[in-house]
Design a binder for this molecule. Structure first.
Ligand code: HEM
Length: 487
């Protein structure tokens, strides 16, 4: 018996669109790495929304399922996640994987900085900031004095708290931002300065890149135009920072003295003047200066603060390690002076504690994303132009196959049998390849070692063992992808 189906025109259109959508959804780029299937329009985003798991753990589950290189679709973007040192290194060393995604929704002001810059502008800004970090930063005694002095503020706050609960995050993020501010603007701010507090709150708003708040703007660009969305909030915060920055720039321009260069802004202003003469304002100009300095605050404050907070928390919960490190500090530094950077080689346990805090705290769990600048090939897979590349440090630092008891705070894993510090190739908190964030590693390493030395050395043990101290398990569980370490 023949079956007849009546197809009217609207049904054919709906059918065709559904078929086309399904083909689009199922059809991955040819020879693309394996990975989870996504939903129409939203791709894999719902996997993050409808789970109580942290995003980093969702990414980790996929690593166990699909292996060291996998792919997914997030909204309209193709994403490749790299979960091994080899793949991260092999990708990031190549120019075609060094670009950053364009985040135009952030651009309250034109220009490119370092963290989100591309091509020649990125390369030259980076080289320049690197150089001035050397001039004003690492190895410069007066800057080291500023760090040591700043480290006293959180320590004194702890001492004055007399055993009562205080919000250490407030004191540490103030100290870290002040250090970055000293090197950028030649200026520090009091911890109760209302304007500075407002700026710090705005930084926190900007730097909470949860999949929900930040990711939606990137993966579903239309959400940028929704009032009260994450992007609107980020733009508002950036505008407040811009006003603060503009006031400082005007002061610097008025007092500019080529014979007395005090900070990064002075050095950049000089570079702009030189570029003006050579008519080469494409790299060094006012807009790029704004972003280059903003990058130092955005990239430096949250990461360093989080790492230091984790280090404190780990020590609070491991009094045996705390006792040992105090003994080492007393022996090497003594009680009559502050620790200096030059003491570092003689303080292997401090070095190991910082490494272990960078590993287990993983301030930058999914690093900073890159983009494929051209159609490329990686470990046998085809990576189309525009694919977002995410190095997954969380997997690399907590992989059971690489680390013994990875969930345990155990700084001794970075010491040899004689107690010497041993660098491990599988700890790359500042990334690897050409984009290796040497900027961060030098300043952060320096500031965190100074401040944790100072605090450990000064603080009586009652702070570290007292009742009501934050518990490691709860803090680990309450740690969100927004980088919140409040305890
Ligand atoms: C614990 C502290 C820190 C960690 C874990 C950290 C980690 C990172 C990571 C993973 C990247 C991405 C590198 C890549 O794209 O592959 C990065 C980039 C960057 N970091 Fe840091 N960082 C820290 C502190 C700092 C500090 C203190 C500063 C400056 C004051 C800083 C400035 C930068 C800049 C400017 C970039 C962009 C570099 C580029 O694109 O060339 N970071 N950081």
């Amino acid at each position: 018996m023949a079956v007849s189906i009546d197809l009217d025109f609207p049904s054919v259109i709906v059918g065709a669109i559904t078929f086309w959508l399904l083909v689009k959804i199922m059809n991955r780029p040819k020879n693309f790495p394996p990975g989870p299937w996504g939903f129409p329009v939203f791709g894999c985003l719902p996997h993050f929304l409808f789970t109580r798991k942290r995003s980093r753990d969702v990414f980790k589950d996929w690593y166990y399922q699909y292996g060291p290189i996998y792919s997914l679709k997030m909204g309209s973007a193709y994403v490749v996640v790299l979960n091994s040192i080899e793949s991260i290194h092999d990708a990031l060393i190549r120019p075609e994987f060094q670009d950053r995604p364009r985040l135009d929704f952030l651009l309250v002001r034109k220009g490119e900085g370092i963290a989100l810059g591309n091509g020649k502008v990125w390369q030259e800004q980076r080289k320049f900031v690197h150089q001035i970090f050397r001039d004003f930063g690492v190895g410069n005694a007066s800057f080291e004095d500023a760090i040591v002095e700043e480290a006293n503020f959180p320590t004194d706050a702890l001492l004055q708290s007399d055993g009562k609960v205080i919000n250490l995050e407030h004191h540490i993020s103030n100290a870290v931002s002040n250090i970055i501010s000293s090197v950028s603007f030649g200026q520090r701010f009091e911890y109760d300065d209302k304007k500075f507090q407002c700026i710090l709150a705005k930084f926190e708003d900007i730097m909470q890149p949860s999949i929900l708040r930040f990711g939606l703007s990137v993966f579903l660009p239309f959400t940028q135009y929704i009032p009260f969305s994450g992007s609107t909030k980020i733009r508002e915060s950036l505008k407040t920072y811009m006003n603060f920055y503009d006031e400082i720039t005007i002061e610097h321009q008025a007092k500019f003295d080529v014979e007395n260069m005090k900070d990064i802004m002075d050095a950049y202003l000089l570079e702009i003047k030189k570029s003006n003469k050579n008519e080469r304002l494409d790299v060094f100009n006012d807009d790029n200066m704004f972003w280059a300095i903003a990058d130092l605050f955005f990239a430096g404050t949250e990461t360093t603060t989080i790492t230091l907070l984790w280090a404190f928390l780990f020590l609070l919960n491991n009094p045996d390690v705390e006792k040992k490190v105090k003994a080492q500090l007393n022996k090497v530094v003594g009680r009559n002076r502050m620790p200096r950077y030059s003491d570092r080689p003689k303080l292997p346990l401090v070095e190991a504690i910082i490494s272990e805090s960078l590993r287990l705290g993983t301030a930058s769990a999914l690093s900073v994303p890159h983009t494929a600048a051209t159609d490329s090939e990686l470990h046998g897979y085809t990576i189309p132009k525009g694919t977002l590349i995410i190095p997954n440090f969380h997997v690399i630092f907590t992989d059971e196959n690489k680390w013994d008891e990875p969930a345990k705070f155990y700084p001794e894993r970075f010491l040899d049998k004689d107690g010497n510090y041993v660098k491990r190739d599988d700890l790359i908190p500042f990334s690897t390849g050409v984009v290796d964030s040497v900027l961060g590693s030098s300043l952060q390493g320096w500031s965190s070692s100074s401040s944790s030395h100072t605090s450990c050395r000064k603080c009586p043990s009652r702070f570290l063992t007292g009742e009501g101290r934050p518990q490691l398990k709860e803090s680990m569980e309450s740690f969100t992808d927004q980088g919140s370490t409040k305890f």
